[in-house]
Ligand binder design. Structure first.
Ligand code: ATP
Ligand SMILES: O=C(O)[C@@H](O)C(=O)CO
Length: 424
């Protein structure tokens, strides 16, 4: 039996981290999610996988590099044997882009020469075909991700998204692994030598084939979405050296109303808010917030007046309104103000059952709640597990990536939390 964790994951946002953790658990690994570098204080983690959640997707490149390398040192100290850089299944990155520089830095530190680039997450409609990323039936650049408030995606070609982000010396070292190549079950010489190998993948079977192919090659840096993680977990645990028999943890929500917070402006989240219209809803007006006419106290007073199994506080607006707000108030400025307000709502309402929609928003909420780590429980939908803080507060939290979940998501979250609470 191994005495060290098998897999160390660096995730560039908090919802991405819990998405990843849920698929590792599904693949048969025990897993703990550590929130931020500040939580990496000396501790021995008895878990097959460690997912370290950072909030580096949209920060300056230098910060992303510094934090990702520190995260890697922590995972190396913990004795992790394989490494995975988790970024978004829709390759979300700013124009300057942190994905390429972080991959380069991790490769250099690990003394590795090849990274697998596998954003695909077929369970949530993210597929890659002929090197083009799709969100369900649409090319990424035609999908709602084109209107993302922080990382609008204007190209669907993974190679062309990655190329300008990596070191100039390696910009031609990108190769593509097609479905035919996958079926051939071996890499050709240029694929073997490529520094970055972009994988086509349109279904679960392809993920399994990619994992098997990787297992035959010299050590590689794993990078991408959470889809591949399930199959890497299966493969690594099948080798029989896992630390713990228990994968999914028992999560026991306290019998209290659920606080739902949405800072995500994605189409999916806006549909989910509309569908949850039976719940009391508080709409945060960004202009009033910026003018000081809306204060945290207004939201807290409102929450405490409600008598419902769940309440929903949201700032989500349609793309045209978001652009207007950003032009008026500045993109970064208003994003931070809203994130702070929503995070403080979570803290000061003293809620014990919280559901958050949006990666940046989730990062802000978890950091403000000062939760160092999570155990991973059952999932509401693919990639959104209910987790429980590993401390006396036992806060149950679900972090939803903006575009995850169908329109019933908030209602499904409420049902699962109530069901788990009733079993407690
Ligand atoms: N009405 C609004 N106008 C402008 N910005 C907003 C508004 N509402 C929220 N924001 C900001 O937009 C950003 C939304 O990002 P967030 O990552 O939380 O959601 P998302 O992008 O949909 O999720 P994901 O990153 O998981 O796809 C946050 O920084 C949030 O503060
Ligand atoms: O991979 C995804 O789509 C998500 O985990 C995510 O990172 C969105 O923020």
């Amino acid at each position: 039996m191994a005495t060290k964790p098998l897999l160390g994951v660096i995730a560039d946002d908090f919802t991405g981290a819990s998405d990843m953790a849920s698929f590792l658990v599904k693949g048969g690994m025990s897993c703990i999610q550590i929130n931020g570098l500040a939580s990496t204080h000396k501790q021995t983690l008895n878990s097959d996988a460690i997912v370290l959640a950072l909030k580096t997707r949209t920060v300056a490149v230098e910060q992303a590099l510094e934090q990702s390398l520190q995260a890697l040192e922590f995972l190396l100290e913990q004795g992790c044997q394989y490494f995975y850089f988790k970024y978004c299944s829709t390759f979300d990155s700013t124009a300057k882009g942190n994905i390429g520089p972080v991959i380069d830095a991790l490769l250099a530190r690990l003394n590795l020469v090849q990274a697998i680039i596998c954003p695909a997450l077929p369970a949530n409609g993210r597929t890659v075909y002929q090197g083009h990323l799709f969100v369900y039936q649409q090319l990424l650049s035609d999908s709602p991700l084109k209107d993302h408030p922080l990382t609008p995606m204007a190209d669907s070609r993974v190679a062309e998204l990655l190329r300008p982000q990596v070191a100039p010396a390696y910009q031609q070292a990108i190769e593509h692994l097609s479905i035919d190549d996958l079926n051939a079950k071996q890499l050709n010489p240029s694929q073997q030598q490529a520094r970055y190998l972009i994988c086509d993948c349109i279904n679960q079977q392809h993920l399994s084939q990619i994992a098997q192919l990787i297992a035959q090659q010299p050590a590689m840096l794993l990078t991408g979405g959470s889809g591949l993680a399930e199959y890497m977990a299966q493969l690594l645990t099948a080798r029989g050296n896992t630390l713990s028999q228990q994968h999914q943890c028992a999560v026991k929500p306290l019998p209290q109303p659920v606080l739902i917070i949405a800072g995500s402006c994605s189409k999916a989240t806006r549909e989910q808010i509309a569908e949850a219209n039976a719940l009391p809803q508080f709409c945060v007006d960004p202009v009033k917030l910026a003018k000081g006419e809306l204060k945290l106290k207004h939201i807290l007073d409102w929450i405490h007046q409600q008598q419902a199994p769940a309440v929903l506080v949201y700032s989500s607006q349609a793309p045209e309104q978001v652009s207007q707000t950003q032009q008026l108030l500045g993109q970064q400025n208003i994003a931070e103000k809203i994130e702070n307000l929503l995070a403080q709502t979570a803290v000061q309402s003293k809620a014990s059952n919280i559901v958050v929609a949006g990666g940046e928003t989730s990062g802000a909420v978890v950091s403000a709640l000062n939760i160092s780590s999570f155990n991973i429980g059952p999932s509401i939908c693919p990639g959104v597990p209910i987790m429980q803080s590993n401390d006396q507060r036992a806060i149950s939290l679900a972090l939803k990536s903006g575009n995850f979940g169908d329109k019933h998501f908030f209602n499904q979250a409420l049902s699962l939390i109530q069901q788990l609470g009733a079993q407690a």
